[in-house]
Design a protein around this ligand. Structure first.
Ligand code: 6GU
Length: 225
C-alpha cells in the first residue's frame, strides 16, 4: 500500500510514522507513506495557499490552485483508489471503514485546514469525506494520522501476531474483554481463576461473556446493528 498525505503542516504528523508499528510496516516494505507540503505548490513569492472565503464567513480557506496542482502532479504518477478529505463534516470513521480502506493499493489523503478547502476541490477529486468524531480539531493532520494508523495495522504482515487485529475491539461489534498478565497475584489482587486454568474453551467462553457485558454497559449502541 502507498499513502500520500497533502498538508500545510506536514511536520505535525511526521513523528507518528517514524515510530513503532507504523515505522516497522514501512521498513518491512509493506507500506509507503509520503508527506507533501502544500506550500510547495503555493502561489507567488509568499507561496500563498489560503484566502478569505467568499460570502464573508470568518476564517481562511485553502485555495483551489495549489491543491489542483499538487493532486494532479501526484495523479500523473499513479491512480488513486481513494482520495480522502479529512473534515468534521465528513462521514464518521469506524472500524468497518478502516477494514475496507486497508484493502486498497493507493490512497491520497488531503488534510483540511482553517475553515476547510475550496468546495471545487471536493467536487472534482474527493471520493471519501471522513471525520474521526464529533469534536473539532485545528486541522485534518491528526485525523489523517489516526486514519492511516487504523488502516495500516490491518494489512497482513504489519502486526507480528496476525490474530491480534482480529481480536481487537470493534472487529465483531464487541469491545475487548479485560486482559491480565503476570503475576497471577499482586498485592492480594488475583487474576480471574479461569484464565490460569489452561482450559481453552472455558477461557474463550469467559472472554466472550466479558466482552458482551462490557459492550452492554459501555456501548449498547454497538449491539443494535
Ligand atoms: Cl477529519 N478534521 C478536523 N479538523 N476536525 C475533526 C475531524 C477532522 N474529525 C473530527 N474532528
Amino acid at each position: 500500500m502507498r499513502i500520500d498525505i497533502i498538508s500545510v503542516l506536514p511536520e505535525l504528523i511526521r513523528s507518528p510514522f517514524e515510530a513503532s508499528i507504523l515505522k516497522r510496516a514501512q521498513q518491512k516494505g509493506i507500506v509507503e507513506v509520503h508527506l507533501h507540503n502544500l506550500k510547495d505548490f503555493g502561489m507567488g513569492k509568499h507561496r500563498q495557499v489560503d484566502d478569505y472565503s467568499f460570502g464573508g464567513n470568518a476564517g481562511m480557506v485553502l485555495r483551489p490552485e495549489p491543491l489542483f496542482a499538487c493532486i494532479e502532479s501526484l495523479q500523473a504518477e499513479r491512480t488513486y483508489d481513494a482520495i480522502i478529505y479529512t473534515t468534521p463534516d465528513g462521514r464518521r470513521f469506524d472500524q468497518k471503514s478502516a477494514n475496507s480502506l486497508s484493502l486498497l493499493e493507493n490512497i491520497l489523503i488531503i488534510c483540511g485546514h482553517y475553515k476547510g478547502i475550496d468546495q471545487r476541490v471536493r467536487d472534482h477529486f474527493v471520493t471519501h469525506e471522513i471525520s474521526i468524531g464529533d469534536y473539532v480539531l485545528s486541522g485534518g493532520e491528526l485525523a489523517a494520522a489516526v486514519i492511516s494508523d487504523a488502516i495500516i495495522r490491518l494489512i497482513p504482515g504489519v502486526l507480528n501476531d496476525e490474530t491480534s487485529a482480529l481480536t481487537d475491539s470493534f472487529q465483531d461489534n464487541l469491545l475487548a474483554p479485560p486482559v491480565y498478565t503476570r503475576p497471577a497475584e499482586f498485592r492480594g489482587l488475583e487474576v480471574p481463576e479461569v484464565l490460569t486454568s489452561g482450559h481453552f474453551q472455558k477461557i474463550e467462553d469467559w472472554n466472550h461473556a466479558q466482552a458482551l457485558q462490557r459492550t452492554k454497559e459501555r456501548r449498547p449502541d454497538l449491539l443494535e446493528d
